[in-house]
Write a new protein. Sequence first.
Length: 222
Amino acid sequence: MKKRSFVVVGLGTFGTMVASELCRYGNPVLVIDIDEKRVSPFAETAREAIIADGREEAALREAGVGDYDVAVVGIGEDLEANILCTMNVKMLGVKTIWAKASNRTHHRILAKLDIDRIILPEQETGRHVAQMLNFPLMRDFINMGNGFSLINLMVPDVLTGKTVSELPMHVDENLRVLGAMRGTAHIDCTDGTARLEKGDRLFVLGRRAGLEKFIGSLPGGR
């Protein structure tokens, strides 16, 4: 399958991490920043590393931004530059656009541009950390969209020997145990008969409020 191509504009902490990881996965990546010091580390890893101003449509056009499948606008410090760059990559015909927002107001402005995803890195990371601190059994969670999340939950020792059907799933009818990991082995939990063992990690799908009730109802969940 043909790999998608990516352009990352703005190489601050966020943009640099995104571009570095995309390059590590072997994707064709174009990186752009106005600062040569931020661009030069990508000279050997990216398909192209260009010094240019994302506010200038002509500069982005000359760089060939319109030929890429996905654009990530990582400019964070300058709200005007972020918005202008996002508008430019959209006008150049990039099919999928993700952009970083620095605050809620910025998020609302970008939403008017009808792009594919707006990211609030600091808020998303802070929420993620707070969830795991508040619920000690939770090892990780993923926002699945439409109000649903998937959590990775460590089974407390007191539930060792119980079956999945004995878990307090009644707290929310939308909760579903999708499976469990026992070391590196996947355990099918769909019929509720799987018996839990010490160290198992459950994967539970549901709405946030229901998941929080479920975790809170488990011994050691709060």
